[in-house]
Every structure is written in structure tokens, then in C-alpha cells.
Design a protein around this ligand. Structure first.
Ligand SMILES: Cc1cc2nc3c(=O)[nH]c(=O)nc-3n(C[C@H](O)[C@H](O)[C@H](O)COP(=O)(O)O)c2cc1C
Length: 172
């Protein structure tokens, strides 16, 4: 499958099988995370790979009971490192670049996961202070996304997208 097909076919998955993810696939996901671009190559991001069931349960509670976070065998908690980027880029580093760096990593990971037959979903609906408490995150880390990863137990029809000409203006 070419990269555009992977981009178009990936769907947010909210039902998972209780099947383990092989270690070599987990390693691929980690590689996808660290090879994303970042502002000044500062890589202002950190990731927590949570397989512990009790912690996933707590994360689901912090995410307004989005139970598929418990179903999936792995939840990746993606955090922006607000200090790393602010050293060079001050306010913009902290408020924008660290979040962009983190998001690019997550998208990389979601695409590689899809190519490997795994489902993912960006979960942004959660109470940040609760996630920080659950994982005992240092102040400099802001959780941006909780990403369940696992084998899909559902097939999703493609949702709508805006027309290319509504989103993009050509300036010849
Ligand atoms: C910033 C952000 C926050 C999101 N938060 C949630 C969420 O809390 N729960 C959820 O089920 N999906 C969440 N999603 C997934 C979107 O609902 C999904 O990407 C969108 O409906 C398009 O579907 P697709 O990913 O299958 O193309 C979020 C996506 C983004 C980018």
C-alpha cells in the first residue's frame, strides 16, 4: 500500500480485541514516534507506553469513561515537553512547537500502526490534571493525546471530508 492509501484508509478505532501486540511491532511504533520532524530537531516530546490494566482503567476514567482505552492492550500517552522547546523558542516553543512536535509523532505512529494491521484513535477528551496525577508526570510534560493501540474489533466506513477546493486555495 502506498503512503496516500494508508493515510486515506486509517480510521479511528474504538473497539479492540484482547490480543497482545508482538514486541517487534511495538518497537516499530516507537521508531515511528521518534523519527517525526520537530522544531529545531529539539524533539520536544515524551511518550509513555501503558500496558498495565489498572492504569489504563484510571486513564479511561480521566477520559470521561471512554472504555475502549481499557479494551486496547496498549495506551500510548503522548506528552509535549514544554521545557525542551522553550529553551530555544521561548513562548512559541512552549505554546506551539512542543505540541506540534508531539502531534507529528502521533500521526506517524498511527499510520505505521495501521499499515501493521493495528487500530488506533487519538483521544483528546480527558482531564489533563488527572492524567498527570495518574502517571506522576513532571510539570514540564503536558499530556496531549491518549492513543489506544490494538487489533481492531470493528470496521469503520470512511467519514466525510471537506472537498479539496473548500480546504485548499491554489495561488498560481
Ligand atoms: C484533537 C483530537 C481529539 C480527539 N478526541 C477524541 C476523543 O476524545 N474520543 C474519540 O473517540 N475520538 C477522538 N478523536 C478522533 C476523531 O473523532 C476522529 O479523528 C474523526 O472523527 C475522524 O475520523 P477518522 O480518524 O476515522 O478519520 C480526536 C481527534 C483529534 C484530532
Amino acid at each position: 500500500m502506498g503512503i496516500l492509501d494508508i493515510i486515506k484508509k486509517r480510521r479511528s478505532i474504538r473497539k479492540y480485541l484482547s490480543k497482545e501486540i508482538p514486541l517487534e511491532l511495538i518497537l516499530k511504533l516507537k521508531e515511528a514516534l521518534i523519527w517525526a520532524p520537530s522544531a529545531g530537531n529539539l524533539q520536544s516530546r515524551k511518550f509513555y507506553f501503558v500496558t498495565n490494566g489498572e492504569i489504563r482503567f484510571d486513564l479511561a476514567k480521566a477520559a470521561f469513561d471512554q472504555q475502549f482505552l481499557v479494551e486496547a492492550p496498549l495506551v500510548v500517552v503522548a506528552c509535549a515537553d514544554l521545557e525542551a522547546s522553550s529553551v530555544k523558542y521561548s513562548g512559541k516553543g512552549k505554546e506551539l512547537y512542543a505540541i506540534v512536535d508531539t502531534s507529528l509523532s502521533v500521526q506517524n505512529m498511527m499510520l505505521v500502526a495501521y499499515e501493521a494491521g493495528l487500530g488506533t484513535c487519538w483521544v483528546g477528551g480527558f482531564e489533563e490534571y488527572k492524567v498527570k496525577e495518574i502517571l506522576d508526570l513532571p510539570d514540564k510534560l503536558r499530556p496531549i493525546a491518549l492513543v489506544p493501540v490494538g487489533y481492531p474489533a470493528e470496521k469503520i466506513d470512511p467519514p466525510t471530508r471537506v472537498k479539496i477546493h473548500d480546504a485548499i486555495k491554489d495561488i498560481p
